[in-house]
Design a protein around this ligand. Structure first.
Ligand SMILES: O=c1[nH]c(=O)c2ncn([C@@H]3O[C@H](COP(=O)(O)OP(=O)(O)OP(=O)(O)O)[C@@H](O)[C@H]3O)c2[nH]1
Ligand SMILES: [Mg+2]
Length: 203
């Protein structure tokens, strides 16, 4: 049984969620924080899948480990799917959650609740060094509030309200968020593939 895989991300919020989801797999998990010398991958794809595959493949080839990447974002109906693949840098460079949330609220100022529907999307890519790349997807439906609620999570979590739970993502624990989130859904599907790869790999 191989011992190590790498998460191709620099986002600490994602690392916390992904580690929790992979807790039961008997595998050591490295992240890009363990490889500070690796350059940033430019996320210039038009889709979540393009970017996710690029991050996973680049990291697998650079490190020699099976790599898992997540590319994700928020699609707001009223904004015709924006910020979408540009969610991390919605308010410009450098990426900043607080400024992104302020911009989102400004874009939706005065828009009534029934027109504030949104969904999170996550595409997970698993890349085998010198081999195949696999992708899975997850989504989660919600509504954008007109002010933040809760202190957990990251990104737009305090504004993303899930009606069935009557809570924002930022009011849920990591376990609760993982049960219903876009990333949880995508990674549960990816885990089936990962287990098979790990059983057949020497890495
Ligand atoms: O409130 C949120 N709860 C979530 O669960 C969530 N998932 C994604 N996002 C947003 O979408 C961007 C992804 O962009 P992204 O996939 O390029 O990730 P990133 O640049 O942060 O890290 P990396 O994995 O690329 O290193 C993030 O920065 C966030 O703004 C989320 N916001
Ligand atoms: Mg990114």
């Amino acid at each position: 049984m191989p011992s190590k895989i790498i998460m191709a991300t620099r986002n600490k919020g994602k690392v916390t969620e992904l580690r929790k989801l992979l807790e039961e797999q008997r595998v050591d998990i490295l992240t890009l924080a363990d490889f500070p010398e690796l350059p940033e991958v430019e996320e210039d794809g038009l889709t979540f899948a393009d970017n996710s595959v690029k991050k996973a493949k680049t990291t697998a080839e650079a490190t020699g480990f099976i790599a898992i990447a997540d590319d994700s974002g928020l699609e707001v109906e009223y904004l015709k799917g924006r910020p979408g693949v540009h969610s991390a840098r919605f308010a410009g460079e450098p990426a900043d959650d607080a400024r992104n949330n302020e911009k989102l609220l400004a874009c939706l100022k005065g828009v009534p609740p029934e027109q504030r529907k949104a969904r999170f999307v996550s595409v997970i890519a698993i890349a085998v060094p010198g081999g195949e790349t696999y992708t899975t997807m997850g989504t989660c439906e919600g509504v954008i509030l007109d002010e933040p609620r809760g202190n957990g999570g990251f990104g737009y979590d305090p504004l993303f309200y899930v009606p069935v739970f009557e809570k924002t993502f930022a009011e849920l624990s990591t376990e609760e968020k993982n049960k219903i989130s876009h990333r949880g859904e995508a990674l549960r599907k990816a885990t089936v593939i990962l287990r098979r790869l790990l059983e057949n790999s020497e890495v």
